[in-house]
Design a protein around this ligand. Structure first.
Ligand code: TXA
Ligand code: MG
Length: 311
């Protein structure tokens, strides 16, 4: 029997009860599917790490349904954070702040900071609201594989290990939230996403640094292999012609290009879906075109480059 549930009020309540009981539930957000548990329960959060096979030095994002919950999670909420939250939450952005004592160390991997996000997907918001507690949730994939953007992809990774997958259809954005660190003296983007540096700068009225390609992984998760399908990913420049390295000739090759895409947003939405589809169809190599390096294109290119890296 499938454990994929449509997001009816009854099913959302069922999932919220499971969260309250310390269980793990997968749910849809506007970015990617999340694997959620009670952020205040050490035992519940441990289950997330063990299900995903995630390293314990990689912190989780805590999801809320109301901005006022930030004060329970963060011990300091600077003006910058208030500004960003008022303008961009709910939405595809996570804000890193100094953590409160209430947040268990396992959630933040021992860091003194916590990442907080309020998703805008209606079923995600309802789930968090009905749970009555903040929900710690990484992307709902086995560590290292592409993030899931449909319920079936969550099911494929975890088989029958999850009691419930709350099905919200295909994720609207398709790549993970922008992560911005506001815990220090200067705002810094740790992971690029749909919300761009320019948008954040416009709200804050100041310059923001992007650190995603820095050698020192400030967002601990960035150092691990990420987003990788089983097929080998090779990228080509935006508008470039797909040429296969000699060593790979004769392999079954899938080309993912922007040619048949109506927009860069559409390309982002289907990127991980296409990676997983290529695996399902037995392709050995994916030749993937980079997007134009602006707006959400920067986040797309970060994911493609990581998927292709051997790390
Ligand atoms: O869109 C998203 O953010 C999705 C959905 C489910 O909300 N979640 C997600 O979680 O992508 P995850 O665990 O796959 O990625 C979280 C990223 C990791 O790179 C992690 O290192 C970083 O956020 N992160 C979490 N807490 C942090 C902290 N306190 N300081 C710096 N980076 C942090
Ligand atoms: Mg992830």
């Amino acid at each position: 029997m499938s454990n994929i549930l449509s997001p009816t009020p009854h099913n959302i309540q069922l999932c919220a009860n499971a969260i309250k009981n310390g269980e793990v539930v997968a749910f849809c957000t506007e970015t990617v599917y999340g694997l959620g548990a009670d952020a205040f329960s050490i035992d519940a959060v441990k289950k997330i790490f063990s299900l995903k096979g995630r390293e314990e030095d990689n912190p989780l994002i805590v999801h809320i349904s109301d901005i006022s919950q930030v004060h329970e999670l963060a011990r300091e909420v600077p003006d910058r954070a208030l500004k960003l939250m008022q303008k961009l939450m709910p939405g595809p952005i996570s804000i890193v702040l100094k953590k409160s004592k209430k947040v268990p160390g396992i959630v933040t991997a021992g860091l003194d900071t916590v990442a907080i996000r309020m998703p805008r997907n209606a079923s995600a918001l309802e789930l968090i609201k009905h749970s009555g507690i903040p929900i710690a949730a990484p992307s709902a994939n086995i560590s290292g594989t592409p993030s899931p953007t449909i319920a079936q992809h969550v099911e494929n990774d975890f088989k029958n290990k999850l009691q419930f997958v709350l099905d919200g259809g295909q994720c609207e954005i398709g790549i993970e939230s922008s992560v911005i660190d506001l815990s220090g003296s200067m705002p810094r983007i740790l992971r690029e996403g749909k919300v761009t540096k320019e948008e954040i700068e416009a709200v804050l009225g100041e310059k923001v640094e992007v650190l995603t390609n820095s050698n020192k992984p400030l967002s601990p998760g960035m150092k691990y292999k990420h987003y990788a399908p089983k097929a080998q990913v090779i990228f080509i420049e935006h508008g470039g012609y797909p040429i296969l390295p000699v060593g790979l000739r004769g392999k079954k090759v899938k080309i993912i290009s922007m040619k048949n895409c109506i927009s860069t947003d559409e390309y982002a939405k289907n990127l991980f879906l296409n990676f997983r589809k290529a695996d399902d169809e037995g392709y050995e190599v994916i030749v993937c075109e980079l997007a134009r390096d602006a707006g959400i294109g920067r986040a797309i290119n970060n994911r493609i480059r990581k998927a292709s890296s051997k790390m």
